[in-house]
Design a protein around this ligand. Structure first.
Ligand SMILES: O=P(O)(O)O[C@H]1O[C@H](CO)[C@@H](O)[C@H]1O
Ligand SMILES: O=c1cc[nH]c(=O)[nH]1
Length: 238
């Protein structure tokens, strides 16, 4: 395995569990560790990007923030897959809802991730790569949601480089059936594919831009329990 620590991660080889939950927000990572993991210990905090390892129902599980945007998740997920031997990453993010029947706090599973980023250029492909979730993880998440009585929408999302887009992304992508927008799933799915590893992105609707709705920052850190419990049960299947 390549060397640890890395320039961005202070953890040593063996500090991460094979399955890692990743929110963008490092304080959401801390909340997940404190709320759900037994014997959680902090394994990294470089640049404030907190990472923890503990156990959930007896299974080793890690949680670490990945920051905002594709370059950021690109670095952290690459290092987890390649330097730390991580096999599975489940992103647990927030998203802006596009589909008319989505409400604040609804849970979405990103089956596919469209993108306006050129992240795929690095792979030199003679066409367009389709970033998709690992099917077994997606199936496990859908089954976990059903057992927990959580409504989950499965479909395409948009991973955009732009947060403040004035509504342009929704006007363009919603007519193509895209359910919601966020900023990292496509890069995560591409890194997983290139590494031969597994990834899934679960999202909680935190904003409905077309209706001017949005949750306060504190709720984005601490109120995504339905999605988190689906993600943790999915992690148990890994
Ligand atoms: O809440 P997180 O997981 O950070 O996800 C979403 O929130 C951030 C923008 O507010 C972007 O990272 C976007 O993908
Ligand atoms: O990328 C994102 C994340 C949350 N809410 C949005 O509107 N966009």
């Amino acid at each position: 395995m390549p060397k640890t620590p890395t320039p961005h991660n202070a953890a040593l080889e063996g500090d991460f569990a094979p399955v890692v939950l990743m929110p963008g927000d490092p304080l959401r990572a801390k909340y997940i560790a404190e709320t759900y993991l037994d014997d959680a210990r902090q394994v990294t905090g470089v640049r404030g990007m907190l990472g923890f390892t503990g156990s959930y129902q007896g299974k080793p599980v890690s949680v670490m923030g990945h920051g905002m945007g594709m370059p950021s998740i690109g670095i952290y997920s690459y290092e987890l897959y390649h330097n730390y031997g991580v096999e599975t990453i489940i992103r647990v993010g927030s998203a802006g809802g596009y589909a008319d029947d989505l409400e604040l706090r609804d849970v979405v599973a990103a089956q596919g991730a469209c993108t306006d980023s050129n992240y795929a250029n690095q792979f030199g492909l003679p066409g367009t790569f389709a970033p998709i979730a690992d099917f077994e993880l997606l199936s496990a998440a859908v089954a976990a949601a059903k057992r927990q009585g959580v409504k989950i929408r499965v479909g395409n999302v948009l991973s955009s480089d732009v947060f403040y887009d004035g509504g342009a992304n929704e006007r363009a992508w919603k007519p193509m059936g895209v359910l919601a927008t966020e900023m990292e799933a496509a890069a995560l799915y591409m890194n997983a594919a290139a590494a031969g590893k597994r990834a899934l992105c679960l999202l909680t609707i935190s904003d409905i831009p077309s209706r001017g709705l949005g949750l306060p920052a504190e709720e984005r850190q601490t109120s995504f329990n339905q999605m988190l419990e689906v993600a943790l049960e999915t992690a148990l299947s890994c």
